[in-house]
Design a protein around this ligand. Structure first.
Ligand SMILES: [Mg+2]
Length: 239
C-alpha cells in the first residue's frame, strides 16, 4: 500500500501561522495593496491557488516571477514565525500512525498536500515529526488542483522503488472534502479525519471509505489499511 497524508488539519495544526505568514508576505511585496482572506477558499486547496486568489482579491496583477518570489518570501516569513515562537501542534495519534505505517515493509508513506514543499516540510518538522517516513510526496509546487497530485506521488513511488503501485492500493488521508475528492477521482481510497475545519457529518456526506473523528484510535486505522491490502490481494487471487 501507498499511504499519503495531508498536512494541515490531518497531521498537525498551526493555529494560523501559515495564513499569517502568507499575509505578511503579500503585504511586504505589495505594500500599497490591502490583503485579506475574505472570500478566499482555503480548505483543501493548493497554496498556489490560494496565492492567486489572494492577489486577485487585492487587485494585484500577477505574472512574470511574482509567484516564485511570493513562494520564496513566504518560506522566509513562515520560518521567522516558527523561530519567534509560533508552533505547529501534532494531532493526537498522528505520529503513532505514521510510524506504524512506516515500519511496515510493504507500505510506502508520503505527503499529499496543498503546501509548497519547503513550507510543508517546515510545518511537519516544527510539529516534531521526522521527515524520514515521508518518501513519496506531492506538493502545491506540482499542480494547481488537488486532483493533479495523486498520480505524481504514485509516479514518484514507482520511480524510487522500481515497483508498481496501483491507485486502488493507494490510500489518501485528509481532513477536507477535497482530500476525499482527489482520492476518488483518481481511483484511490479515502480516509477522512474530522480534526480540521470539517465535522464528521459534513465529511460523511462525501462518502470517504473510512471516517474517523481523530487518530486517537490510530491502531484501528492502521489495521483498516492493512485489511485493504489483504482484500486487494485476495480479490486478485480469486479473479
Ligand atoms: Mg488539510
Amino acid at each position: 500500500m501507498l499511504v499519503l497524508f495531508d498536512i494541515d488539519g490531518t497531521l498537525l495544526r498551526t493555529a494560523g501561522a501559515g495564513m499569517n505568514a502568507m499575509l505578511a508576505t503579500a503585504r511586504e511585496l505589495f505594500p500599497a495593496h490591502s490583503f485579506s482572506f475574505d472570500n478566499v477558499a482555503i480548505s483543501g486547496r493548493l497554496d498556489r491557488l490560494i496565492w492567486r486568489d489572494l492577489m486577485a482579491n487585492a487587485r494585484v496583477e500577477t505574472g512574470g516571477d511574482h509567484h516564485e518570489t511570493f513562494r520564496a518570501r513566504y518560506g522566509h516569513h513562515l520560518a521567522e514565525a516558527f523561530r519567534s515562537g509560533a508552533q505547529a501542534i501534532p494531532l493526537d495519534g498522528a505520529r503513532a500512525l505514521v510510524d506504524a505505517l512506516h515500519q511496515r515493509s510493504h507500505s510506502g508513506v508520503g505527503l499529499l498536500t496543498g503546501n509548497y514543499e519547503h513550507t510543508g516540510r517546515m510545518k511537519v518538522a516544527n510539529a516534531g515529526f521526522s521527515l524520514e517516513p515521508f518518501q513519496f510526496n506531492a506538493w502545491a509546487d506540482d499542480g494547481w488542483h488537488r486532483r493533479d497530485l495523486p498520480p505524481i506521488a504514485l509516479a514518484r513511488y514507482c520511480a524510487a522503488t522500481e515497483r508498481s503501485m496501483s491507485a486502488a492500493n493507494t490510500v489518501i488521508i485528509g481532513d477536507t472534502p477535497l482530500d476525499i475528492d482527489c482520492a476518488h477521482f483518481n481511483g484511490c481510497k479515502a480516509i477522512a479525519v474530522a480534526t480540521g475545519a470539517h465535522g464528521v457529518d459534513e465529511l460523511q456526506a462525501h462518502a470517504p471509505d473510512l471516517l474517523v473523528k481523530d487518530f486517537s484510535e490510530w491502531e484501528s486505522v492502521a489495521q483498516w489499511i492493512a485489511d485493504q491490502a489483504s482484500n486487494h490481494a485476495s480479490n486478485h487471487a480469486s479473479s
